[in-house]
Each structure stands twice: as structure tokens, then as C-alpha cells.
Design a protein around this ligand. Structure first.
Ligand SMILES: [Zn+2]
Length: 473
């Protein structure tokens, strides 16, 4: 790993209210100094000097919600390729969901993922364990053993525990081990066989509807259980107005609950399933991206494009606005990708039969900059906070080699650093993805803002910056 002086960047670490033009000196994989003009610092002798002026230097970004498909479904993705996607997107820490084959529901599976990550991943890979055995929602997984094996949270993500008593017991045990519980909120009775948001477009397209209330009812249950047990519940990928409202009210009353937003839910709407013409006409006009992609240059999607099928589904323009409002007022204080790769042959089928999920790691920061920061919904500092200190504190996530909390820039802490060019205009081309899959709805989207370099433990794991050698375009 190179010893480096990142010179003259706007250093932004919201956890310390740090926002100033500073140098960052890195030696031996750790941050040695953060101060103005460090060229004459005694430890700066012989280090590589990299000009990052006009760029933003932030803590290495953190994503609490990714699917790397290992073990068992490595034709979609594996830990090595998933980590490469993270590095390209500016992320140095990710939390893998346990819905692999087999599920990560015992210490052996946790050990396997950790070993593979250590051998092959270029970023930090943390593991979430399952709440129930085989994510079947019936019998609790050995939560104490999972805790000792090093999981950072538990979740049945992809599925949702329907039995409220099982969820209650899980929360009570989680409290004993101080484990955070994350939940994918979906009431099976209400959602049934739904494949897209229930509304005008599901009717027009004759697809089975997945109503917003199928999410809301479980969020409401979680509010009640979090209040009763005192255990924190983190509601994953919140997509509906009522869910946002429920979490807002509960937090105001002191209930230990939080919510997360994914890019597709604050960028797209259910009209996208009807094809690009419907989307750009009906819902696309408020998008900043629309201005970057004038009519005639916007990507064309056919109706029933399965890259717009995810769970929970794309919802109405009103729900989309509510997610943005939730991010603005702090109701939702985690951003995550729900990076969910699927092979072409799996997605290239009728909408009903395609699996739910899309890629996200390479585009999520750029989408946040394009659709939240540039239109003025959130400040750049707030987006950095939602991608660094907030998620790293929620679980919490710690660098084993230094024993320090991740998601912050700290002297003595690990050199997990992301360099962002917030104004760089670029086009996402999924044919050049690091992923094994290509299921992104954002192919050929013009975006504004990008991670141009990513350092993890001092190693350059992604770089488009002149004078900073590393894997890059
Ligand atoms: Zn999920």
C-alpha cells in the first residue's frame, strides 16, 4: 500500500463537523495527520503527493445492505466481484445480507463468508446473520452463536417474519446480545403474489399489485414491538408515504426505530414499468437527471422491463416524494443500495417470473448526488453523513486493526477514504460493470457526481485521479 499525501481537498466529515480545505497524510494504511499544508510534516518525506483540489475527501462510505450471493449463487455475484462494485462506487465497508444458499444462519456460514472476504475482497465485508433458521420465519437461528461468530446485525431480508411472537422473541434475544435487528417489511397476506406497486399502472399493465399497505402494516407492527421490547429495529428499504409517517411519529415519541432509503425509491416510480415514455412523461420531469439527458438522448426501456422489478416495488410519485421528505427531515437516516445482482437469463423472462432486485453499488452515490444534492433536497454533508457515520454508528462497525469506529476520518484510524468529484458529469454504462450481473435500470443514465478514488486500509482500490495509481477506468 502506498504512503500518500492527499493535498488540498475539501475534507468533509460530518461526524466531526469538519468541512475545510486540508491535507490528509496516510502512512502504513492509517491516517497520520489531517491539517492544512502538510508538505513539511516530518512524516511526509518520501510519500506520494496527490492533488485532490476541487475534490471532496470523505470517510470511506458504508453500505448496510448488499447481496453478494456467496455462498451458493455465485453465478450472480461473488464476494470478490461485489467488493469491486463497492470500491468503484466509493464504498469501503458493506454489510452482506444472509439470504444466501445456504442461508447465513449458523457460525460456520459466518466463518465461511468472513474467510472468503479476507482472502478476496478489496473492501471490508461485514456479515449480517439470519434471524430464523433458513430464513423460514419459524424457528429462531442460534442468535448467541451468531453473535459470537461476529455478525454485526440480524435480518431475514428478502423475507419477513410473519409470526409476531417469533419476531418478539427475536427482539428479546437480540437485546441480550446487543444485536441490531434489521427488517424487510412485507405482510405476505396483503402482498400475496404481487409483482409491482398496486395502483394505476398495475391495473393498466394487468400485473398483480403489491400494495403499499403490505409494507405499512409490518412497519406499524415493528413500531409496537420496538416500543415494547426496547430493542432497536431498523426498517430496510422504506418505500411508502405511510411507512415514512409511521417512523417519523414513532421516533418523535422515542421509539427505537430507524428507516433506510434506496436510490430506486427516491428516483423512479411505478410508471417506469410501463416503459420510458410513460415515466419521462408522467413522473420524470422533476428529475434533475432529465435535464442532463435531453429528450431524444434519454435511455429507452420497453414496457415490462424487469430491471424495474424490485421488492419493495417502485411506488407512486407521491410515495417517492415522501421518501425524499423523510430524508430531508431526518426520519430516514440511512442510505443503502440493496445491491441485488441477478443473471440475465433470470431477468430476461416475463415480468411475473423475474426475480426481484437490481444492482446498486456503482450508481448509488452518483444518484444521491444527482437527485438529492444537486436539486437542493439535501446538502452534500448530509449525504456523506447518511453514507458514513450514520450507518457505521447504527450497528456499530469497527476496524479490527485499529479498534476504531468506521465512517469517520480520524488520526490513528484506518485510511478508509473516498474522494468525490461532485460535479463530474458521466454516463453509467452497465456493460462495463465490475458485477457478474447487469440488471441495472440506470444503464446509459447521465449522472452528475462520482467517487473518483477509493482507499480501503490505505490501499487504492479504485482510482480515476491523475497521479494516484490503482484499478480504474
Ligand atoms: Zn429486502
Amino acid at each position: 500500500m502506498p504512503d500518500l499525501l492527499l493535498r488540498g481537498g475539501r475534507v468533509l466529515d460530518p461526524s466531526q463537523s469538519l468541512d475545510a480545505t486540508l491535507d490528509v497524510l496516510i502512512r502504513g494504511g492509517r491516517i497520520v495527520a489531517i491539517a492544512p499544508d502538510l508538505l513539511d510534516h516530518p512524516e511526509a518525506r518520501g510519500v506520494g503527493v496527490v492533488d485532490v483540489s476541487r475534490r471532496v475527501v470523505t470517510p470511506g462510505l458504508v453500505d448496510l445492505h448488499v447481496h453478494f450471493r456467496e455462498p451458493g449463487q455465485t453465478s450472480k455475484e461473488n464476494i470478490e466481484t461485489g467488493a469491486l462494485c463497492a470500491a468503484r462506487g466509493g464504498f469501503t465497508s458493506v454489510v452482506c445480507m444472509p439470504n444466501t444458499r445456504p442461508a447465513i444462519d449458523d457460525p460456520a456460514a459466518v466463518g465461511l463468508v468472513k474467510d472468503r472476504a479476507q482472502a478476496r475482497a478489496c473492501v471490508r465485508v461485514f456479515v449480517a446473520g439470519a434471524i430464523t433458521k433458513d430464513i423460514a420465519g419459524e424457528e429462531l437461528a442460534p442468535l448467541g452463536s451468531l453473535h459470537r461468530a461476529g455478525v454485526v446485525a440480524i435480518t431475514d431480508d428478502g423475507k419477513c417474519i410473519q409470526n409476531t411472537d417469533v419476531m418478539r422473541r427475536a427482539l428479546e434475544y437480540a437485546r441480550m446480545y446487543d444485536l441490531k435487528v434489521m427488517d424487510h417489511c412485507q405482510d405476505y397476506d396483503l402482498v400475496s403474489e404481487g409483482v409491482m406497486h398496486e395502483g394505476y399502472w398495475s391495473t393498466a399493465l394487468e400485473l398483480r399489485g403489491w400494495p403499499a399497505v403490505g409494507e405499512d402494516s409490518i412497519v406499524a407492527r415493528n413500531v409496537i414491538l420496538a416500543r415494547m421490547t426496547g430493542t432497536h429495529i431498523h426498517c430496510q428499504h422504506i418505500s411508502s408515504r405511510r411507512s415514512v409517517n409511521l417512523i417519523r411519529k414513532a421516533r418523535a415519541e422515542g421509539v427505537p426505530i430507524s428507516g433506510e432509503a434506496c436510490p430506486h425509491h427516491y428516483v423512479l416510480t411505478d410508471a417506469a414499468v410501463a416503459g420510458s415514455e410513460a415515466f419521462w412523461k408522467e413522473d420524470g420531469l422533476s428529475l434533475y437527471s432529465a435535464g442532463l439527458m435531453p429528450e431524444g438522448q434519454r435511455p429507452i426501456w420497453p414496457s415490462y422491463d424487469t430491471n424495474f422489478k424490485m421488492n419493495p416495488p417502485l411506488r407512486s410519485a407521491d410515495d417517492r416524494a415522501a421518501v425524499v421528505e423523510g430524508l430531508r427531515d431526518g426520519t430516514l437516516d440511512i442510505l443503502a443500495s440493496d445491491h441485488a445482482p441477478h443473471c440475465n437469463y433470470e431477468k430476461d423472462v416475463e415480468f411475473d417470473f423475474a426475480p426481484f432486485g437490481i444492482l446498486g453499488l456503482e450508481t448509488q452515490l452518483a444518484l444521491a448526488l444527482t437527485e438529492l444534492v444537486h436539486p437542493g433536497h439535501l446538502s452534500l454533508a448530509r449525504v456523506v453523513e447518511l453514507y458514513s457515520s450514520r450507518p457505521a454508528t447504527l450497528l456499530p462497525l469497527v476496524a479490527t486493526e485499529t479498534g476504531t469506529r468506521l465512517g469517520r476520518l480520524e488520526v490513528g484510524g484506518p485510511a478508509d477514504v473516498t474522494v468525490i468529484d461532485p460535479d463530474l458529469e458521466w454516463t453509467y454504462d452497465v456493460t462495463k460493470t465490475a458485477s457478474k450481473s447487469a440488471n441495472s435500470p440506470f444503464h446509459l443514465w447521465r449522472l452528475k457526481g462520482k467517487a473518483v478514488a477509493t482507499l480501503c486500509r490505505g490501499s487504492v482500490v479504485w482510482s480515476e485521479v491523475e497521479g494516484l495509481a490503482g484499478p480504474g477506468v
